[in-house]
Design a protein around this ligand. Sequence first.
Ligand code: FES
Ligand code: FES
Length: 161
Amino acid sequence: MSMHEITLIVNGKPQKLTVKSNELLLNVLRDKLFLTGAKYGCGIAECSACTVLKGDRSIMSCLVPAVAADGWEITTPEGLVVDGELNAVQEELVNKGAIQCGFCTPGMAMTGTACVRENPDADEAFVRDYMRGNYCRCTGYQAIVEAILAACEDAKNGKRV
Ligand code: FES
Ligand code: FES
């Protein structure tokens, strides 16, 4: 198996890494950088538990070979927290009680953040469509949607997203 040197900017910090050709971005984040916020759910692009941001866009890190991510700017769920403060989406997920077992929550926070950044004027239909790839095994979707809509309002009032 050939090895490759790559550089990722993760949560604002450059990281030089040696990765195998078949190593996935999710595994590099979790096993090499010990950022375990992004979760392994299905491994086949069906659940979005593994979601991270590339720039401001949400991507499924279980689908990306780490070599293909060379030079990318990645934010993991840990990177949404600044100086111990949750971002608006994370905070509203807590406020709205939108967490049951919690396994999907990091992915919901990442895709929700991308949604609010892209369209803080989002209505319920927009949010539901944006979040359609994120699977909650506990089926608590209503509170999740309400949390993202609340975060849109927070963003318009100047809260960090
Ligand atoms: S673990 Fe990546 S989509 Fe399910
Ligand atoms: S809260 Fe359990 S999977 Fe969503």
